[in-house]
Design a protein around this ligand. Structure first.
Ligand SMILES: [Zn+2]
Length: 426
């Protein structure tokens, strides 16, 4: 199993987007801003169409006597927003992209004290025909949001607090005005089609293994990426693990939604194949492929399985994409350090639930990072060649490898004192 990477809610601390630009020297606090945002998933156009109505009211007392007015508005739009349009009743509103996502909209008239100005912003976000993953990115205290998804999609929102209305042709999620939008909300929605098949053969040390990717219509890019990753990674796993592909069966990789994976990024079900969340990357597939070898090593403890799967993900990436390997390693080790004070526990007590929720997620994630930290330390200490000898000894042991057996085999095959890793386990 592998925890999915996209955090439940992306914290966008830097978005203070509703700051207004007064012409008179007035504070930003005394104006009224009311935003009504509608997100509509339009699979046939392969986009999410976003419409925002923004009502700006000048209630800033300092503009009464100074004859000041407001005429521009700063607003943050997602980086991947395209076809951005703005207009008021009947006329285009000119805008300029000033920096990373920030747009300055120029009102078509001056907004004097006591007046309101209403305008609209539209843009689109790219999605696939049968799957959409995007953020509802809002802010302000006076914002209402609706999301419309066509019937037949399986939808997950990363936050609660909405009302759901099921219509004949669509589902409508409504967040009432006044909710807190300081964090964005990840939307993950999928429409199952029959699985299509993409396949090829990996020429491995002892035999040819057929790789079959089962994917939904419209997910061809993902499918090709998974197939390429499997073809490239399997020979490297054989070489660096010191063992030929250990399973007796071919490999099926099935694209799955969040419900099917229980919140995890992937699952290796042995003979029944690997189940991959449709948003999961190549790195997660390498991790799942590595589990064929962790099983062959008779590991008895979760931390051995997951620590080694993530270590070998690093080792494979180090050959195929060294920059990513280093970035991922550093991110994992950093996370281990960051969460250690709050979440630490001995790895011998680690377990993971069938499915993840917000409360179990962080502990599970911490366990993965700690198991990786242990495995990485071991790898640095004894080196790849000694890792291979000990891997072969694990596999040859023929019985479940518990903590004592693990320590014995590692110190025998490497001739090293590895007692330092005990502090991770107990
Ligand atoms: Zn795993």
């Amino acid at each position: 199993m592998k925890l999915q990477f996209n955090k439940k809610c992306l914290i966008l601390a830097l978005i203070i987007s509703l700051a207004c630009m007064p012409i008179a020297t007035a504070g930003y606090n005394d104006v009224g801003i009311e935003v009504s945002s509608a997100y509509k998933v339009v699979p046939e156009s392969e986009n999410v169409h976003v419409t925002k109505q923004i009502i700006f009211t000048n209630t800033d007392p300092s503009t009464t006597y100074k004859r000041g007015y407001y005429s521009t508005f700063n607003h943050y739009l997602p980086q991947n927003a395209k076809n951005v349009k703005a207009y008021d009743v009947g006329k285009r509103v000119v805008f300029q992209k000033v920096e990373e996502g920030y747009h300055v909209f120029q009102y078509n008239r001056r907004v004097w004290y006591g007046e309101s100005y209403t305008f609209y912003v539209e843009y689109e976000l790219d999605i696939n025909r049968n799957s959409a993953v995007f953020y509802i990115l809002e802010n302000g205290e006076n914002t209402e949001v609706t999301l419309e998804v066509p019937a037949g999609f399986d939808t997950h929102l990363a936050r609660n607090g909405y009302e759901l209305e099921e219509m004949e042709y669509s589902s409508i999620y409504r967040f009432q005005r006044g909710m807190d939008w300081s964090s964005s909300c990840l939307v993950n929605t999928v429409r199952h089609t029959e699985h299509l098949i993409l396949s090829d053969v990996a020429h491995l040390q002892e035999r040819d293994v057929r790789i079959e990717i089962r994917y939904w219509e419209g997910e061809e890019v993902w499918a090709q990426q998974m197939l390429d990753t499997a073809l490239i990674s399997l020979p490297i796993l054989e070489e660096t693990w010191g063992m030929p592909y250990p399973a007796s069966y071919d490999i099926t990789i099935t694209q799955a939604n969040l419900t099917e994976t229980g919140g995890y990024g992937g699952f290796n079900k042995g003979r029944a194949g690997i189940w991959m969340l449709h948003t999961s990357s190549s790195e997660i597939l390498i991790h799942e492929l590595a589990h064929y070898w962790t099983r062959a090593c008779n590991f008895d403890q979760l931390w051995m399985d997951e620590g080694y799967a993530d270590l070998y993900t690093y080792i494979v990436l180090n050959e195929t994409n060294p920059e990513k390997a280093v970035e991922r390693r550093d991110r994992f080790l950093q996370k281990y350090e960051d969460f250690r004070d709050e979440y630490d526990f001995p790895l011998s007590e680690w377990n993971i639930p069938e499915s993840l929720d917000a409360s179990s997620g962080v502990r599970v994630d911490f366990g993965y990072k700690k198991a990786f930290a242990l495995a990485y330390e071991l790898y640095v200490d004894i080196g790849l060649e000694n890792m291979k000898y000990s891997n072969q000894a694990f596999a040859a042991s023929g019985t479940p490898v518990d903590e004592d057996a693990f320590m014995d085999i590692i110190s025998t095959s490497s001739g090293s004192d590895i007692t330092s890793i005990k502090s991770y386990i107990y």
